[in-house]
Design a protein around this ligand. Sequence first.
Ligand code: GLA
Length: 392
Amino acid sequence: MNIYTKILKNNSDLLDTNPSIYFAPGRVNLIGEHVDYNGGNVFPTAINLGTYAFVTKRSDKEFHLISENFRQIGKKIVTTDTLDYKKERSWANFFSGMLKALLSKNLKITHGLNIVVYGTLPNSSGLSSSASLELLIGVLLKDQYDLDISQLELVKTALDVENKYIGVNCGIMDQFAIGMSKKDYAIYLNTDTLSYDLVPLILGEYTLVIANTNKKRALANSKYNERRNECETGLDILNSAGANIKYLCQLNSDEFAIMSSNIKDNTIRRRVKHIVTEGDRTKLAVTALKSKNLKTFGDLINLSHDSLKNDYEVSCLELDTLVDSFRKHGSIGARMTGAGFGGCVIALIETKESSNIINKVKDEYQNKIGYNADFYKCYTSDGARKITKEEL
Ligand code: GLA
């Protein structure tokens, strides 16, 4: 049974035979990790795993929501009377948050909606299922109510909802990649100015694989905030020493080398070193990819992981096990992607060897960690949008 038939069958009380369908992808970041809140450049791409919404109009002004992935939670009903965050609303807070934000941008509700959401992204895996859901809701509300808002404005709105309504203090990378991506490209984004360049993701003989550690990311949020604070401390110290910068990524590695001794605390100095060197690596990596120099691109991906592991300290045994195993079996570049502390690894491996390599990495991971990792070949995707039944 295909997705369409299954969703309609399971939700026959909510959906008729002709729902509007929307899709928002997940994302992986190729390089440029933890720099989006330091004014740096990131290089993510949207992926074919993501979140779907099946939507029909209601005759009243209520919103009835079901998640196919969390059917046990049951139907959530949202009305415009109570749009503040409510714990018991569970995943539907992403809906109430986006609705509230768009109402303040002139969204006029003419009818209610039945919405069934279905996700193919593994949850809490660092592939941005939250940002995917936010942008999904953004595009569906824009379409249903003919809201005059640009895709970039939806991206900024989603970030605002994530930061202020959901309460996660992330940077703009995920929402931007999910909103603005183009199939077959990665986005080279300057997170300070939001200027960007779509770079063809041409990998020649190589395939990009995503491997999910399946580790529960328990401490991710507090550690993420701790890193942000450490970066702010580093920025303050450098500015007190005369750097005169708004963001750490305004410094390159050479400029930092001259100033680094001003940071006496070894931990803060290593955090800043990661940010500054990652900024340089990202620029070099994009140049390497553009000139089809995949070996250099892979080397920089490897260096990025080592820096995230040793200096930024956001990796973990599970991520390192996958990275080491991929490298041992011939990957030319493997690194953790996203915030870290669990989640996913990306690896560039030779296409003709890919099944062989994946099997070896799978066994090694299972033997060392005691449970399975999941593997996905990575296909790029267009950003969040309305789709047809045939595109499912
Ligand atoms: C998470 C955040 C992003 C970014 C990455 C690390 O995915 O949501 O904004 O900071 O971590 O690069």
